[in-house]
Design a binder for this molecule. Structure first.
Ligand code: KIV
Ligand code: NA
Length: 258
């Protein structure tokens, strides 16, 4: 049975951890879905596989193109698509337009938007009211890289209180889940215990209701990874070796055989 936003909330109540990963094309999405990943995020971190230095340059058109390919590979997982930088912050109208295009043109079930500051919470509340499921994202929000860098957020008591309040405000606005990125484990635990919607952590410790990682990091495809990523296999090495073996066989005329 396909995973729904309601299902994620039930899993939180049952303390069944939610497994999330990112995908950027059909092949990856199809493999992740068949392997039983619960939530597939078309994250703007696909910047990594497109060769951009940050997530900032990604356009809505690029997200729509890749998300459509991911959709063709996903049968069971809940599919969520990031709205890229400056495709939702400008106005409520812009946010509805961008999120609407994602849902109508790709078949994804939900969008994700960064930030828990008051105007963003208002925008998200309106999107939810018109029928667009939204996932929140607080803590380290990489679209603000030029203000925050990529370092852990919530270092001071004051900063922690702010993130905590943002998470509460997002739940009240109607998000079905929140990504907590690169914040102290104890803060993620407090938020997770306080909210009735599931938290999905990345670099936020073991107490969240689920975990997400960037798939190109997990597979060892990224040129560099954040400190909290775990590399489960090294595809850069595997691919390099396969390509070198092929090149040798072609040059030595061992492939193809007669
Ligand atoms: O773009 C992305 O991959 C994300 C996850 C890190 C949550 O937003
Ligand atoms: Na993202």
């Amino acid at each position: 049975m396909p995973v729904t936003t309601q299902q994620l909330i039930e899993w939180k109540q049952q303390r069944r951890s939610i497994v999330a990963l990112t995908a950027w094309n059909y092949a990856i999405a199809q493999l992740l879905d068949a392997a039983g990943v619960d939530l597939i995020l078309v994250g703007d971190t696909m910047a990594v596989v497109l060769g951009y230095p940050t997530t900032l340059p990604i356009t809505l058109e690029e997200m729509l193109h890749h998300a459509s390919a991911v959709r063709r590979g996903v049968k069971r997982a809940l599919m969520v698509v990031d709205l890229p930088f400056l495709t939702y912050q400008e106005s409520l109208q812009q946010a509805i337009h961008s999120a609407g295009r994602v849902l109508k043109e790709t078949g994804a079930q939900a969008v994700k938007m960064e930030g828990g500051y008051p105007i963003m919470v208002e925008t998200i509340a309106r999107l939810v009211q018109v029928g667009i499921p939204v996932m929140g994202h607080v803590g380290l929000t990489p679209q603000s890289i030029h203000q925050l860098g990529l370092k852990q957020q919530g270092k001071t008591q004051e900063a922690q209180e702010k993130i905590f309040q943002q998470a509460i405000a997002l739940e009240q606005a109607g998000v079905f889940s929140i990504v907590l990125e690169h914040i102290p484990s104890q803060l993620a635990k407090q938020i997770t215990n306080h909210l009735s919607i599931p938290t999905i952590g990345i670099g936020a410790g073991p107490h969240c209701d689920g975990q997400v990682l960037v798939t190109s990091d997990v597979l060892g495809l990224s040129e560099r990874q954040p400190p909290f990523a775990k590399i489960y296999t090294n595809l850069r090495e595997t691919i390099t070796k396969a390509v070198q073996d092929y090149a040798v066989e072609v040059r030595e005329q061992k492939f193809p055989k007669e």
